[in-house]
Design a protein around this ligand. Structure first.
Ligand code: FRU
Length: 463
């Protein structure tokens, strides 16, 4: 696999994502004792290239009275000894949640907690998931800004600091959007619209998890809002939260601090609180998505978040594209359980397009409906039905039928990510196609050409 999973035991949210001294560090919500949520601590892994991972000892371990919930890491160049600083939520056994800090002088391997923790405390019980970023205020002065949620209130709270320890409340965003959910894991990234540095917008991203007596059966998902941030206040450009990933399994995504390129790189947890503890995988349970480079593209007059996966190019480079005349009977391939498929077609010639992946017990059915301009993805079969009644699903996302369409499908064992039109729309799903061969069949409504590149994902590992 090229995706990050712990060697064993439970993992959820990515935490403390930071690129430091040539390594991509990923800390994560981790249960060092078992395969279900609990004993929340920060696990740790690092990678030189975002596709080969080394797991390190637990970085921050829970105590009988304090669990270590989600948070972030920044590189404090001003502080003593050039340290990494982790700012995370202490979830105390008395029900309180407040923000704490720890420092590392050895590149993230060992951590010392601040004896004065917590450093930011409102005396409330759902104040969590601090994400610290560096940005300029209205006078152009660089400061630290911390975003955290009051989860039940559906609010993001903004704080400012010069020293990462004393925090001043700046503003709040929300509540807005659907009720019956908690907000979690906020992040805020600047993005030049269509790459133009004179047109920078800010994307506020957050995760929502249904709560209450009859929670939404679709479960947890991620959203974003485009707006402006002046160093104190986030002002949304248009109302409403927009879905970030249309699949069932992308949550708690946040971006790396100090990523070497210009674009922010996001990583999410590929699961859903609706059934996360019932998904059959062993000896680990929980995986991260592919890293995604974020950008903003103007589409139909609106700034739209685009997510381009990193790490697949090499696999695709090693396989020659083939143009397939797809006849009425269709075309099929036998794939391994780890494969990348890139397809391009012109919907005006093909009409509806259908790609079905079939494993031993289960299937994934991807369809471009040209009448409605939608791409639907169904997942089902006996293995899916056995996970949870809400695991079999049919999701849909927009895919224009009046222009050429492209689809990148990455299957890495139980992890499926579908990127349409170079990341304009994305869907991430857990799937149960099994460890054996997967058959892929492609049919079009009318006989027409489809360009296809099929590559084994294991090739990525060898380079
Ligand atoms: C999101 C979340 C966070 C919390 C963590 C606990 O998935 O619920 O709000 O910090 O997981 O594991």
């Amino acid at each position: 696999m090229i995706h990050l999973t712990p060697e064993r035991h439970w993992m959820n949210d990515p935490n403390g994502l930071v690129f430091h001294e040539g390594l991509w560090h990923v800390f994560f919500q981790f249960n060092p004792e078992g395969n279900n949520w609990g004993n929340m601590s920060w696990g740790h892994a690092s990678s030189p290239d975002l596709r080969s991972w080394t797991e390190h000892p637990v970085a921050l371990r829970c105590t009988p009275t304090e669990q270590i919930y989600s948070g972030s890491i920044v590189h404090d160049r001003m502080g003593e000894g050039d340290e990494l600083r982790a700012i995370y939520t202490s979830a105390y056994s008395n029900g309180k949640q407040a923000q704490s800090e720890a420092t590392s002088a050895d590149g993230g391997m060992t951590w010392t907690r601040n004896p004065n923790n917590p450093i930011l405390d409102r005396g409330t019980s759902d104040f969590r998931d601090p994400k610290v970023i560096r940005c300029a205020d209205a006078e152009g002065r660089e400061r630290w800004v911390l975003l955290a949620v009051e989860a039940e209130d559906r609010q993001v709270l903004f704080y400012g600091s010069d020293d990462l320890t004393t925090w001043e409340h700046l503003s709040s965003f929300g509540p807005t959007g659907p009720v019956g959910v908690v907000w979690e894991c906020p992040d805020l990234v600047p993005l030049p619209l269509d790459g133009d540095p004179a047109r920078v917008r800010w994307a506020l991203t957050l995760s929502t998890n249904p709560v209450g007596e009859e929670p939404d059966r679709d479960g947890s998902s991620m959203s974003y809002v485009i707006g402006d941030f002046d160093g104190r206040t986030f002002t949304a450009e248009d109302a409403g939260l927009r879905r970030l990933d249309h699949g069932r399994d992308f949550y708690a995504g946040v971006s790396f601090a100090d990523a070497p390129g210009v674009a922010p790189v996001m990583l999410g947890w590929m699961s859903n609180w609706r059934y996360a503890d019932q998904f059959p995988s062993s000896p680990w349970r929980g995986a991260m998505s592919l890293p995604r480079e974020l950008s903003l593209r103007e589409l139909r007059g609106r700034a739209h978040l685009v997510q381009r996966p990193l790490g697949l190019d090499e696999a695709l480079l090693h396989s020659a594209p083939s143009s397939l005349p797809v006849t009425a009977e269709g075309t099929s391939w036998s794939l391994g359980a780890h494969a990348v498929l890139e397809l391009a077609w012109d919907p005006r010639e093909t009409g509806d397009v259908k790609l079905v992946l079939r494993g031993q017990d289960d299937f994934v059915d991807v369809r471009h409906h040209t009448d409605s301009g939608e791409l639907t993805i169904g997942r089902g079969g006996r293995a899916s039905e056995a996970v949870h009644p809400d695991f079999p699903s049919l999701i849909s996302m927009p895919l224009d039928a009046s222009a050429p369409a492209r689809l990148l499908v990455c299957l890495d064992g139980p992890l499926l990510e579908v990127f349409a039109n170079d990341g304009e729309q994305v869907a991430s799903h857990l799937v149960l196609l099994g460890g054996g061969p997967v058959s892929a069949s492609l049919t079009t409504e009318r006989p027409a050409l489809v360009t296809a590149v099929v590559a084994a994902l294991t090739q990525v590992r060898q380079h």
